[in-house]
Ligand binder design. Structure first.
Ligand SMILES: Cc1ncc(COP(=O)(O)O)c(C=O)c1O
Ligand SMILES: N[C@@H](CCCC[NH3+])C(=O)O
Length: 380
């Protein structure tokens, strides 16, 4: 898609994001088709990308919204999502955010601590409302991913640990403005080893047994998101294997009659459709490799600096013999590096460079450090 549209790419001010809307549509349609096979409900994790044209495609394909802030709920509603399809997660919901979500009558709050439940109950009581909640349980399942994006281990701040659930249930009986409708799990992001999700199913089944033995009926199980994408082969594996992913839950999750299963996918739906395009400013001699200095940096795409994560780098405008470069940005930080000893066709000032698989957690994590301007987005 990128090379076919070089002329249009050349006309833009760099750096900028470009989105392949055909790929986005195909990805969303595939996910929806595979989820529908089992009547699964998917809420799109807004945190991955909140650009209006992207949200519009997500909405058209019948996904709900998984939000982690009042502003994300606002964005969901402004972009046409129905409040009944909005879930609100997060360990630190502010009173103002909770009040806003209560006013909107959202579908469900995913609650992460006893203290949060008490405050939610108080705020709901003031409005004479009842808040529907799912308890986010920390299942202590290792997601085999980067430690900064692992969320389901007991040492993580997320969810209610298993040994606290007894107390939480006792508390819930006293909270008259809260209705427990489900349980929620999310063990981490960029998970490529599907056996991890099988382990999650085993834990969810155990928790279900426990709730059943306490005569508690749960209308839904929310198993979160986390399905990873192939950062190394964005062309060959442009669409994640949703069939295997949903099929695995269908095989291993034990449901009670009438129970719904909810998912919160972010990255797998949008990552491959986005690319950060940058121009080469300078080539500079290094000790072992040369530096290719781009006009995009960690302010546009922070993932490599933050998690040492890999994004495939391509020179779109050179087909000369390969040379190795440390590909870096202009920001005053040594971590502002997209890749070391990256093999690229011989690169010169003015070449266009693509940083692939940047549609998720790219633009949304941008900053204006060094007073950088926000990169624009182009939709092709
Ligand atoms: C609670 C919750 N749900 C859903 C997601 C979306 O995850 P992913 O983009 O990996 O699908 C996240 C992010 O990791 C999350 O924290
Ligand atoms: N921001 C992370 C993912 C975190 C997902 C939210 N819990 C990334 O870029 O990979």
């Amino acid at each position: 898609m990128l090379k076919e549209n070089l002329q249009e790419l050349h006309q833009q001010t760099t750096p900028f994001y470009v989105y392949d809307m055909n790929l986005l549509r195909q990805t969303l349609q595939t996910a929806k088709k595979e989820a529908d096979k089992y009547d699964y409900h998917v809420h799109y994790a807004f945190k991955a990308n909140v650009n209006a044209p992207i949200l519009s495609e997500v909405l058209k394909n019948g996904f709900g919204a998984d939000c982690v802030s009042g502003n994300e709920i606002k964005a969901a509603i402004e972009n046409g999502f129905s409040p009944e399809d909005v879930v609100f997660a997060g360990v630190g919901k502010s009173d103002a955010e909770i009040n806003f979500a209560l006013d909107q009558n959202i579908f469900c709050f995913n609650c992460e601590s006893s203290h949060e439940l008490e405050i939610l109950n108080e705020l709901a009581e003031k409005k004479n409302k009842t808040a529907r909640i799912a308890l986010r349980i920390n299942p202590n399942v290792n997601a085999n991913t980067h430690k900064y994006i692992t969320t389901g281990l007991e040492e993580n701040k997320f969810g209610i640990n298993s040994w606290e659930i007894d107390n939480v249930l006792e508390l819930l009986q006293t909270l008259k403005h809260i209705e427990l409708i489900g349980i929620h799990f999310h063990i981490g992001s960029q998970i490529t080893d599907l056996t991890v999700f099988k382990n999650l199913c085993t834990r969810v089944n155990e928790f279900q047994e426990w709730f059943t033995s306490h005569n508690i009926k749960l209308q839904h199980l929310n198993v979160g998101g986390g399905l990873g994408v192939d950062y190394y082969h964005p062309e060959e594996n442009a669409i994640p294997d949703f069939a295997a992913y949903f099929g695995l839950f269908n095989q291993f999750l034990e449901l009670r009659p009438g129970q719904q299963v909810h998912f919160e996918l972010g990255r797998s739906l949008v990552a491959q459709s986005g690319t950060l395009i940058s121009k080469v400013l300078y080539i500079k001699k290094g000790i072992t490799t040369n530096f290719a200095i781009l006009d995009a940096g960690m302010t546009e795409l922070i993932r490599p600096a933050l998690y040492q994560s890999y994004h495939k780098i391509e020179n779109l405008t050179s087909d000369k013999a390969a040379v190795k470069y440390d590909v870096v940005g202009p920001i005053c930080e040594s971590s502002d590096c997209f890749g070391k000893a990256v093999e690229l066709p011989e690169t010169n000032r003015g070449d266009l460079v693509a940083l692939r698989t940047a549609g998720a957690y790219g633009e949304v994590m941008a900053s204006n450090y060094n007073l950088r301007e926000k990169a624009k987005a182009l939709y092709i």
